[in-house]
Design a protein around this ligand. Sequence first.
Ligand SMILES: Cc1ncc(COP(=O)(O)O)c(C=O)c1O
Length: 373
Amino acid sequence: MTDTLPFFPPDLFEPDRGALLDILYEVGTDPEQKFILGRRTAELEQALRETTGAKHVIACGSGTGGLNLSVAALGIGPGDEVIVPAFCCQPVASSVANEGGTPIFADIDPWRMVIDPDEVERLITPRTKAIMPAHLFSIMADMPRLMEIGRRHDIPVIEDAAVAQGAVLDGTQAGRFGELGVLSFFQVKAFGTAGEGGMVLTDDDDLATTVRMLRNHGQDGVNRFLHHRIGQNSRFDEIIAGFQLHRLPTLAERLERRAQIADYYTKRFEPLREHGVLAPPPGRNGRCYYVYSLLVDRREDLRSYLTGQGIGTHIYYPVPLPLQPAFAAWAPEGVTWPHSEQASRRNLAIPIWPHLTDAQVEYIADTICEFFE
Ligand SMILES: Cc1ncc(COP(=O)(O)O)c(C=O)c1O
């Protein structure tokens, strides 16, 4: 096998290239001349209402946009605290800070790399106004426990399901646990696209109305240039909506292929435990397959070896959020996040794209096993 397997494959959307070009032409020449929030966006929102069962699905500019809108819709502002994972994508914290709130960083489970519910419980104060767990890589956060904590303390949960569309935990879809759930369509996500996009899911009528207004400068969608609130520009692109409608019917197939690859990897890597390699837990309940991340003691050595063998890898989050310069103001002195720091040092993501052939997947697994022989 001499193929090069880049971590970000340039042919991810190859089968849909013709459709994308057709949609581009159709939207560009549509007499309606609506490039954002048009009928294709409304159709995609309806399609996701049907597949997720959410009462309201609101399309927005990105997953980050969805988190920003959710925090703003809950009225979070100065003096309010939101508990977020210390090891995650930065918008969980910036969405809070941008509204003037205080992100409170909770450490993670050392194996699953998602927020630790015990830490969340420990960090609750009278100022806590929301809990924001995120599903990460290939594992959903422990939503049943987090929702129970939220209910007991009367604190809403913003469920960052950016990476986990289509994942199911104990019969409930990712994005459907929290008072607000957020999905992302960023390129390599489960339902990634050739650009940006996100969705906010909620069953709450008032929150839905607010999110809908906030995404388009506080307008109500009827009266143009009447601004009820100070909102944002987090609108959905019609070309992307058309493309996602085209790709939705084949999403389940792609998710299943990712799951099969993950099952195979986990079986192959289990024996590497004695070499300081930890694969994600086996099984499909509460699993998503955005990224397949191993925890590896000799990460840099393995990474160089794989690069030499033509296999691209990626390190998600080499620095935990509270240790980033941007969030230094929210990292209390003397507090540490040992599991997050360990995950930053050890995690290594390997390719799991649905269009990988069986031979390519075997090559990746063989090469990793070979390194430890
Ligand atoms: C856990 C998580 N939350 C939120 C986001 C933000 O999504 P977007 O890139 O669509 O803004 C990401 C993106 O990588 C993510 O991984």
